[in-house]
Design a protein around this ligand. Structure first.
Ligand SMILES: CC(C)(COP(=O)(O)OP(=O)(O)OC[C@H]1O[C@@H](n2cnc3c(N)ncnc32)[C@H](O)[C@@H]1OP(=O)(O)O)[C@@H](O)C(=O)NCCC(=O)NCCS
Length: 139
């Protein structure tokens, strides 16, 4: 694992990260544009980071957000060719460390109903299900 590096997301990574998210089956939203991601970087840039391999290729990405009370995990993705090697767990542990440093004491995430298989991954790394009704509105 020594060849792996974490690096904060920069706008120059945009195309590669979108490609990774698409390859991993992440459902992109209208916020996942250059403008949307640049706006996210203005707030907590150290919570949005990538993982690179020995060849400097992006093999993982996660976009954490901290609203001052809760941490949120968004768009976690590992390159399909590298899944099952413990890298997703490594990304989440790294993000949890960064949340702790920010003063965050609870982390939340949402799973698309079409992606319910990923629940087993989160349970394996100590996350528990809380049945809530999620409501939303685009502005
Ligand atoms: C979900 C994802 C990030 C997991 O990353 P990963 O690197 O493949 O997972 P890891 O190898 O770190 O797995 C950690 C543990 O979870 C387990 N696990 C991973 N995926 C699992 C699954 N689908 N079902 C059951 N267990 C799973 C692993 O066996 C491992 O257990 P261990 O510690 O006993 O060995 C990756 O599969 C991915 O990118 N999926 C597509 C995108 C996605 O769904 N993202 C989440 C959006 S909410």
């Amino acid at each position: 694992m020594s060849e792996l590096r974490f690096k904060n997301f920069e706008m120059g990574d945009f195309d590669a990260v979108i490609a990774l998210w698409q390859a991993a089956g992440i459902i992109l939203s209208r916020s996942d544009t250059q403008t949307g991601l640049a706006q996210k970087l203005e707030r907590d840039p150290d919570l949005f980071f990538i993982m690179t391999d020995a060849d400097n290729q992006i093999i993982g990405c996660v976009m954490g957000t901290f609203d001052g009370r809760r941490g949120w995990i968004n768009h976690l993705a590992i390159d399909p060719k590298r899944q099952g090697e413990g890298l997703g767990k490594l990304m989440i542990r790294q993000l949890e460390d960064r949340f702790r440093k920010a003063g965050c004491e609870k982390v939340n995430l949402l799973i698309e109903p079409t992606n319910s298989a990923v629940q087993a991954f989160y349970e394996r790394i100590d996350y528990t299900e809380d049945k809530l009704i999620f409501m939303e509105k685009w502005l």
